[in-house]
Design a protein around this ligand. Structure first.
Ligand SMILES: C[C@@]1(CC(=O)O)C2=NC(=C\c3[nH]c(c(CCC(=O)O)c3CC(=O)O)Cc3[nH]c(c(CC(=O)O)c3CCC(=O)O)/C=C3\N/C(=C\2)[C@@H](CCC(=O)O)[C@]3(C)CC(=O)O)/[C@H]1CCC(=O)O
Ligand SMILES: NC(=O)c1ccc[n+]([C@@H]2O[C@H](COP(=O)([O-])OP(=O)(O)OC[C@H]3O[C@@H](n4cnc5c(N)ncnc54)[C@H](O)[C@@H]3O)[C@@H](O)[C@H]2O)c1
Length: 224
């Protein structure tokens, strides 16, 4: 496996993009949606970025990049149209132990960004190991019709049900099949078809199940 996939919680984390063009704008939108504290270093910003700066959604350092601009960042993006400068940014990131995406040089990057399909908390990401970003994008377009907004609602329902079972500390071997059974019910299809009554019955049955303690009530596992 060339890349190891993870999901990073960027809420309130500092991220720096060097460069303010079209590519920077694409990365910035998702970073802001993920709650990052974003700084963009660039003498000139693309219109969408300028708009975000005006709204206070990002901090704009309106000048050329200087060594030191990455201080305190968790992640960095080298996204200028100058390959040599992008490598300088990558070098500073390495010095500081900051993970960097060099947008014109995947081999010099510590990470790359995938194409994304998002429905609420459902996140499907596609990577080609840098081989073909266009194919990643096309694959998302291919599967998009299969995962409509009903998936956002289903994931939210499943999450609430699971949290309820876990916080009520009724987690034991018995709940594993309950979670598996719930996930297998095809809630998205029920939601899409408007079968609310069936969903209500399932949830009712679930809360009855949830109220039932484990075999002796003693061997309760912590959530995993
Ligand atoms: C998926 C997506 C996510 C995103 O950007 O967030 C993404 N690129 C997207 C679009 C796109 N990128 C490019 C084109 C023009 C057509 C073409 O060249 O194919 C288009 C198409 C378009 O714009 O429609 C050109 C390009 N991209 C890279 C290079 C440098 C190189 O390969 O050396 C060059 C050549 C630059 C040049 O030569 O000028 C590099 C990377 N692009 C990646 C991700 C990472 C690998 C992802 C993977 O493994 O699949 C990686 C390695 C680094 C990174 O960017 O993280 C996003 C689509 C999502 C969306 O829009 O929904
Ligand atoms: N990874 C990807 O998805 C992808 C896609 C297309 C292109 N690219 C590559 O990314 C590069 C950037 O593409 P773009 O379309 O965003 O370019 P662009 O021309 O729209 O933007 C370049 C930005 O870099 C800034 N910049 C230039 N010198 C700077 C400096 N010294 N300090 C700080 N900022 C500086 C400019 O002000 C501008 O905001 C391209 O050269 C291309 O190789 C990557």
């Amino acid at each position: 496996m060339r890349y190891y996939p993870i999901n990073i919680d960027l809420h309130d984390q500092s991220v720096v993009i060097v460069g303010g063009g079209k590519v920077a704008a694409r990365k910035a939108n998702r970073l802001i949606a993920a709650g990052a504290r974003l700084t963009v270093v660039a003498p000139i910003l693309a219109p969408t970025l300028a708009e975000l700066a005006k709204k206070g959604a990002l901090r704009h350092l309106e000048r050329d990049y200087r060594h030191g601009d990455l201080a305190g960042a968790l992640l960095a993006f080298a996204a200028t149209d100058n390959p040599l400068l992008n490598r300088e940014v990558a070098a500073e990131a390495k010095e500081r132990g900051i993970l960097v995406d060099v947008v014109d040089a995947p081999r010099q990057s510590a990470f790359t960004t995938p194409a994304v399909l998002e429905q609420g908390d459902l996140l499907i990401t596609v990577s080609t190991g840098g081989a073909s970003p266009s194919l990643s994008r096309q694959i998302v377009a291919m599967i998009e019709p299969l995962f409509g907004p009903e998936y956002a609602e289903a994931v939210s329902l499943l999450g609430t049900a699971r949290e309820k079972l876990l916080t009520e500390k009724v987690v034991n071997e018995y709940n594993d099949p309950v979670f598996a059974e719930l996930a297998a019910l095809d809630l998205p299809a029920l939601i899409k078809n408007g079968q609310r009554d069936v969903i209500d019955q399932i949830l009712l049955k679930l809360s009855a199940t949830g109220a039932r303690p484990g075999p002796d009530g003693a061997d309760k596992k912590e959530p995993s």
